[in-house]
Design a protein. Structure first.
Length: 259
């Protein structure tokens, strides 16, 4: 089916629709520009990436069509001094983009399954992680063609990964086996934590921008869960507001308690 990008704004009236854009295939992921508050990029079921400008009413500024299958993940780098975007696809490749250049800068091959998630390190320039249906978490340097690290993180498809905002060596993975696992890149033999509680596949996991030990996850079990992985009883809260698969979440950079 078709996809819609909805740009929302929160004001006194609540959450209002600022602008919406239609695309002729499903949209799987979205990322804001780090250097222009009006620009964002979506990734689509037709394998393409679209650049949109919320200040303009019409369709995308640019479309990048290189992936041969669904483009499932897109992320804009957060480190200063570089404006790079990474995308991950069901074609088993990740691609590096400069939004000012009309074609990809590099293609990263190595995964033996669908790539579900590609996330930039918030600390290390030119470094990103990818999570895949091949049951591995991989860490890449944009200057090298192959992965720097291959972590056999789960015995199941890994649908999501994220970097800790407070520790450049810490990542978390969420998988179809219903578990969340923390990984220290300096010693990948064992996870540094395992969080259990979800009853179906974990679709998205995010570290808190304000608390070094907090993270949030959502799942096909309809719940959102909050965790403190430094705690002996890590599950802080289970939110059961949704009546369908919970596919995405993020934590506000501006309001400490807002998800």
């Amino acid at each position: 089916g078709c996809g819609t990008l909805a740009v929302l704004e929160q004001n006194e009236a609540g959450i209002v629709l600022l602008r919406s854009f239609d695309w002729n295939d499903g949209l799987f992921d979205v990322t804001w520009s780090e250097n222009n508050e009006h620009v964002l990029i979506t990734s689509s079921g037709d394998g393409s990436l679209q650049i949109w400008d919320t200040a303009k009413t019409k369709g995308p500024l640019q479309v990048y069509k290189e992936h041969t299958q669904e483009a499932y993940s897109v992320d804009w780098s957060q480190t200063r001094g570089e404006q790079l975007v990474v995308s991950g696809s069901w074609d088993q490749t990740a691609k590096l983009w400069d939004p000012a250049v009309g074609k990809s800068l590099r293609t990263f091959k190595g995964h033996e399954g669908v790539i579900y998630s590609t996330i930039w390190s918030p600390h290390i320039p030119g470094c990103f992680a990818s999570a895949s249906g091949d049951q591995t978490l991989r860490v890449w340097d944009v200057k090298a063609p192959g992965a720097k690290l291959v972590i056999p993180a789960h015995q199941a498809e890994i649908l999501s990964c994220d970097w800790c905002k407070y520790d450049e060596n810490l990542l978390v993975t969420g998988a179809v086996d219903c578990s969340l696992k923390g990984w220290d890149l300096r010693n990948i033999r064992q996870p540094v934590f395992i969080l259990l509680g979800h009853t179906y596949a974990i679709r998205r996991v995010k570290f808190s921008p304000f608390h070094a030990n907090l993270l949030a996850s959502c799942s096909y079990d309809f719940t959102v869960r909050f965790w403190d992985f430094s705690n002996p009883n890590p599950l802080l809260e289970t939110v059961e507001h949704h009546t369908e698969f919970t596919c995405g979440l993020d934590l506000s950079l501006h309001n400490r308690g807002q998800v």
